[in-house]
Design a protein around this ligand. Sequence first.
Ligand code: ADP
Ligand code: MG
Length: 238
Amino acid sequence: MAGVTLKNVVKRFGSVQVIHGASLEVEDGEFVVFVGPSGCGKSTLLRIVAGLEDASEGEIEIDGMLVNDVEPADRGIAMVFQSYALYPHMTVEQNLSFGLRMNGNPREDTNRRVQKAAEILRINELMKRRPKQLSGGQRQRVAIGRAIVREPEVFLFDEPLSNLDAELRVQMRVEIARLHSELGTTMIYVTHDQTEAMTLADKIVVLRDGKIEQVGKPLDLYDDPANQFVAGFMGSPK
Ligand code: ADP
Ligand code: MG
């Protein structure tokens, strides 16, 4: 497990600055949710943690180590996206094991990890199916399974449920909460859904126009929003 620290992170795309000096402490084992309207920089900040984007300025630490120059694959993170891009011609089992096999991970250890992920996500019965034989929720489970088998120090989720219908979203939200309580791994989760943020987060980070507006426990933000924007987002009274 590992904490994540951002120090004065700035991101520019060409001459346009989209992250304006973000500093944040994510504790070991914490479930932190980034919220804010579309375009406020949630994905960009998450991708900077993942190493899929370089920070223009500032420092990113994972488990106390500066990782600005560390490749994504070596950061101890695994990322789950909203589009779950499974390999259509492979079975669920092959989808889960593929990355590990490509990395030359020993077969026995690969099988153990795949089995464990299947148990955690309750997809044991689906191992021989192909993606087109799965429902949307089952596919998203497999996508999360591909992150689990990597046994990351930190999970990163970018709006993983936004392609699912309302009922399934609620179901998967519960699954993700359970995943966190079972594994105890640090998780950073991006959503624009206030309910998801309120129910999943130990700590919410409210972003607006590339700036962190407020950081706090869900109820503290709700009861004591720093400004009108946070109040509006949290649905605070007054
Ligand atoms: P969010 O995930 O909160 O919707 P993003 O992080 O995707 O927001 O985007 C933040 C801002 O950065 C937006 O204005 C977006 O247009 C811009 N942006 C994101 N990625 C790129 C890119 N590769 N090139 C240029 N601008 C980008
Ligand atoms: Mg986004």
